[in-house]
Write a new protein. Structure first.
Length: 148
């Protein structure tokens, strides 16, 4: 469906599936981030959770799931994996807290993320980033509104 990204007929705004296009773009970008985090033994999703919990110690799993738009079952699996690896404390009733090892990993992940994020922003250019920002705001406003 998207193999030839230069084929104007198959990729015209009138014919492509919005969800399919967004998922394809997400896979391309996520692949770059996953590759960057291989050295730390985590995926981009896991690194993202570690960095978010580092920034918000004690955040509740349900709150984090809602904030990041991650299904509860996927969040539970990720949290269990972080615990299993010794990066999260065992007592989840009081919220999510990183262990000392988890905090150190989150800091390393943040350094990797910061460099890669800047590289991608530069590669895409300010117009694309501005467009992405506007598009994201539009999608979140219109598709997450309670009136739908």
């Amino acid at each position: 469906m998207y193999a030839d990204h230069t084929d104007n007929n198959r990729n015209s705004p009138e014919t492509y599936c919005v969800a399919g296009r967004l998922r394809m773009l997400a896979r391309v970008v996520t692949g770059r981030y996953n590759d960057a985090f291989v050295s730390e033994g985590v995926t981009f999703a896991q690194a993202g959770l570690l960095m978010r919990i580092f920034a918000q110690p004690g955040v509740r799993q349900a709150e984090l799931s809602k904030l990041l738009q991650i299904e509860k079952s996927a969040m539970s699996r990720d949290v269990q994996l972080l615990q299993k690896n010794g990066w999260l404390t065992d007592n989840l009733r009081n919220g999510l807290f990183l262990t000392e090892e988890g905090r150190a990993l989150a800091k390393r992940c943040h350094k990797i993320w910061k460099v890669l994020n800047e590289q991608i922003r530069l590669k895409l250019g300010p117009d694309a980033i501005d467009g992405l920002t506007a598009f994201s705001a539009n999608v979140l406003t219109k598709l997450l509104s309670p009136t739908d």
